[in-house]
Design a protein around this ligand. Structure first.
Ligand code: 3PG
Length: 310
């Protein structure tokens, strides 16, 4: 019987990307099933029941979804961050989890700089703003996205520094930024701070008042990483005590924090209505096709590359 691959995307890919994903799977003799723009986890649970493989974006694959997925062997996160997959639970059930690192990075990097321009120009409200040229750009986490941000930032004429706990100073230089010794140094010396860290037990709620309060006058934190890495109480405290600080993101804070920000600090904070960093046709094609090819390689050749729950 043909293998069944479910493409479950709460936030659908561009049509070109989706059609090409289906093409690759069909060519391999697999059946492709689409669950796009779904509203309810129950729909995913029903659709995944007989799938051999699953392609997702930020769609949550938790214990409940895995328990319903009786035939599942592989879940591929078409994207970088896999904090939406319960990797341990998947492993317990013999389900491999993979990601497609780097495939959507350019889209996220371009948006990060776009958000900086948007904030520098007073959210396009027509009032006189400022420029990025000559400003200090700090990059927290210089992986695939961070290094692209460094390059684009230099193109804008910014000076670029970075901190990454997993890289030594030479590696940070190779990634295109001046290394700084501590995270505190990075925050205190950045007019624009671009966040590019994954959400995990070490990073969740790690950016709070202490770091934000170190930032220079008028600084802006740009978060195209994850909402969870922000300590929202600390962000609110910083916006309250530092009327010069600004925050821009493509990931929505919790409803309560969003409401508090809208009520008091709306002019200094902005987030896009949906997580749009990787939402370009090019990124969708790159990540989607990489995911489809990984599935074929996994079933046909036992390819283990990109497994994140070994
Ligand atoms: C990622 O981790 O790849 C990005 O955050 C993009 O997520 P998305 O596929 O949900 O847009």
């Amino acid at each position: 019987m043909a293998k069944k691959v479910l493409l479950a995307t709460e936030k659908a890919f561009a049509k070109t990307a989706r059609d090409e994903v289906v093409g690759i799977l069909n060519q391999a003799g697999y059946e492709a099933v689409l669950l796009e723009n779904y509203k309810d986890k129950a729909q995913l649970i029903a659709a995944v029941a007989d799938a051999d493989a699953l392609i997702i974006r930020s769609d949550v694959v938790d214990k409940e979804v895995l328990a319903a997925a009786k035939s599942l062997k592989l879940v591929v996160r078409a994207g970088a961050g896999y904090d939406n997959i319960d990797c341990a639970a998947a492993k317990e059930r013999g389900v491999a989890a993979k990601n497609t690192p780097g495939q959507n990075s350019n889209a996220v990097a371009e948006l990060a700089l776009g958000l900086m321009v948007f904030m520098a120009r007073n959210r396009f409200n027509g009032k006189s703003g400022t420029e990025l040229r000559g400003k200090r750009l700090g990059i927290h986490g210089i992986g695939a996205v961070g290094r692209l941000v460094a390059g684009i930032g230099k193109g804008f004429g910014m000076t670029v520094k970075a901190f990454d706990p997993f890289l030594n100073p030479e590696q940070i230089k190779d990634a295109g930024a001046e290394p700084v010794a501590t995270l505190q140094d990075l925050y205190s010396g950045s007019d624009y701070l671009s966040l590019h860290v994954p959400a995990n037990k070490d990073t969740k709620k790690s950016i709070g008042f202490a770091l934000l309060n170190l930032m220079p006058r008028g600084a802006c934190l740009v978060n195209t990483a994850r909402a969870e890495v922000i300590d929202e109480a600390g962000l609110l405290e910083a916006l309250e005590k530092r009327p010069d600080l600004r925050y821009a993101s493509d990931v929505e804070p919790s409803a309560a924090t969003a409401e508090a920000i809208q009520a008091k600090y709306a002019e200094r904070a902005y987030w896009t209505p949906k997580k749009i960093g990787a939402q370009t046709e090019e990124a969708n094609v790159n990540a989607g096709l990489a995911a489809a090819r990984q599935i074929v390689a996994f079933f046909e050749r036992g390819e283990k590359r990109f497994i994140v729950n070994p």
